[in-house]
Design a protein around this ligand. Structure first.
Ligand code: HEC
Length: 131
């Protein structure tokens, strides 16, 4: 850093350095759990819309997004030590496998409903424990 920009105070520069470090640590770490959860919430609205008006391609996309979000959350807790972190890691891994496996199978309304119920059970059980 050479010339601090007009608006940047010392504090802003510290925050900036923190953001750079977060970015270097990788997108999965930089994204907060809260933001991933927001995405899972949005995706659940999409899942309900797909159930109301079934579309196989949209069903596959919903399952892929659950799997990707679960994998992103999983990465945040990989290699961490506390019992809670290890449990979150195991739970998000399991959710990623459930959604990822289902996304690779052709979906009809019944199979999609089943996959959605299985994924929603993971949301519910983890929220009961930690939210
Ligand atoms: C392995 C644990 C786990 C799983 C699985 C999980 N969540 Fe969460 N969720 C959390 C935790 C922990 C929080 C609280 C995060 C915080 O406030 O920082 C949370 C918070 C949320 C929030 C509130 C976010 C906010 O802005 O405050 C929503 C919405 C949410 N989860 C949706 C879902 C949905 C939908 C699923 C399943 C598709 C799901 N979650 C699966 C652990 C989980």
């Amino acid at each position: 850093m050479t010339q601090p920009r007009k608006s940047s105070s010392k504090l802003n520069r510290y925050i900036g350095a923190g953001l750079v470090l977060a970015a270097l640590a990788g997108p999965a770490v930089a994204a907060s759990l809260k933001s991933v959860m927001g995405s899972m919430g949005d995706n659940t609205a999409s899942a309900k819309a797909v159930l109301a008006n079934f579309d196989g391609k949209a069903a596959e996309q919903v399952l892929r997004r659950y799997a990707a979000d679960a994998a992103a959350a999983d990465a945040m807790f990989a290699g961490q030590g506390s019992a809670k972190e290890r449990d979150l890691h195991a739970r998000f891994s399991r959710m990623a496998v459930i959604a990822g496996t289902a996304s690779q199978q052709t979906q009809d309304k019944a199979s999609f409903r089943k996959a959605f119920v299985a994924v929603a059970a993971e949301c519910k059980s983890c929220h009961t424990a930690y939210k």
